[in-house]
Design a protein around this ligand. Structure first.
Ligand code: SF4
Ligand code: SF4
Length: 379
């Protein structure tokens, strides 16, 4: 066992391999406040990567409704129950990770879902947290009753449990971008990765008898193009790029800005200890701080406050960084704000987008005297 630094836990932790970070780490930010649950991302991925034999049950990208939705069934409830109580002391996690809580004969604490547990990907969709009674129909923020959509892909973790658990070393993390891939020629289908990944984002193909998982559309990444699920997002909730460690964060890198500078984007279940690289802006309408802390760690309420203040005030940098989501197919690794405009730049310095941070509202009179007509749409 090696002692490695996990910045999301603000402490070192035990892991089977030494700390080796890629030259840069591919990462995404999902704004849960903007997701409309349309599942376009799910279908974009499905038709691109998992339409073959043995892949019928696989959704490398899925969108579940929290608190009740889950794919596979109750994946997070089961993982959390196995792990036992989880404690934070301020920003430092003082409980065990799944590596530290592993039984003696395993490298990570986990369980293997049965096939039937993947059969209900839409379970709990659009169901709210409590039963709705007449008196609950009132408007306030945050809401007594709530749900939100949680889109999920493989997190291309810094400390992947799938990789660590594989005794054949068939899973590797690319040094150039941190994408986690399975070498299907080496894989013998032992399925220990499937048991170890707490997010249940590695799958077993019953036809080819080997493991498969999200590849972050690496052929697109190599061309400077964002993954399919990101490009197809109708709600424009997804930002894609590269995340640094906190000590190397650049405030002109859109992902670093959201994760490290404004700290509005947080990892999912950081207490598992994998340092996942998909980050979430928590939902502002949810009234349960313990629930949000359980999902996103102790920074959840702080993230919401910063996000709401930006929407109501004039934090132009934060609005600009959020606006870049799905504004171009190309990966933007730098952004700048100039007066009321934001620009996003690719790796080679080319400007991919240039747009106003706030779109002006123009109010017109309902009556147009020039044409002597009334217009129904007056804004
Ligand atoms: S989310 Fe799971 S499958 Fe993806 S890298 Fe992490 S441990 Fe591996
Ligand atoms: S395409 Fe975007 S808005 Fe639609 S479900 Fe997926 S993440 Fe949400």
């Amino acid at each position: 066992m090696a002692e490695v630094w996990n910045w999301q836990l603000n402490r070192t932790m035990q892991y089977h391999y030494d700390e080796v970070r890629p030259r840069r780490q591919a990462a995404a930010v999902f704004d849960t406040n903007k997701c409309i649950g349309c599942q376009t991302c799910t279908m974009a991925c499905k038709t691109t990567w998992t339409s073959g034999h043995g892949q019928e049950y696989m959704l490398w990208n899925n969108v579940e409704t929290k608190p009740w939705g889950s794919y596979p069934l109750a994946w997070d409830v089961k993982a959390l129950q196995l792990l036992g109580p989880q404690h934070w002391d301020g920003d430092t996690y003082t409980g065990d990770t799944i590596f530290e809580a592993a039984p003696e004969d395993k490298r990570a604490l986990g369980y293997a879902p049965s096939d039937i547990e993947f059969a209900y990907p839409n379970r709990g969709e659009d169901e709210v947290n409590v039963s709705i009674t007449r008196e609950k129909y009132h408007l306030k923020m945050p809401h007594d009753m709530w749900f939100f959509y949680l889109p999920r892909v493989c997190n291309h973790c810094t400390y992947p449990a799938c990789l660590e658990s594989c005794s054949r070393q068939s899973i590797y993390k690319r040094p150039e971008d941190g994408v986690v891939l399975v070498d299907q020629d080496r894989c013998r289908g032992y399925r220990v990765c499937y048991e170890a990944c707490p997010y249940k984002k590695i799958f077993y193909n019953h036809t080819t008898k080997v493991a498969e998982k999200c590849v972050f559309c690496y052929p697109a990444l190599e061309q400077g193009i964002q993954p399919r699920c990101m490009r197809s997002c109708i709600g424009k909730i997804r930002s894609f790029g590269y995340v640094s460690t906190p000590d190397e964060a650049r405030d002109d890198n859109p992902i670093d800005f959201l994760v490290h500078v404004r700290k509005v984007a947080l990892p999912l279940y950081p207490q598992f200890g994998l340092e996942p690289n998909v980050y979430y802006i928590p939902p502002i309408h949810v009234d349960s701080d313990p629930f949000l802390t359980m999902l996103f760690g102790p920074g959840a309420r702080r993230a919401i406050d910063t996000y709401v203040a930006a929407m109501e005030g004039d934090d132009r940098e934060l609005l600009a960084a959020l606006l870049l989501a799905v504004s171009s197919d190309r990966i933007m690794t730098r952004f700048s704000v100039d007066d009321d405009m934001v620009s996003g730049y690719t790796d080679d310095g080319e400007r991919a987008v240039h747009m106003p941070i706030r779109v002006p509202n123009v109010e017109r009179s309902p009556f147009d005297p020039d044409l002597n007509v009334y217009r129904l749409n007056t804004t």
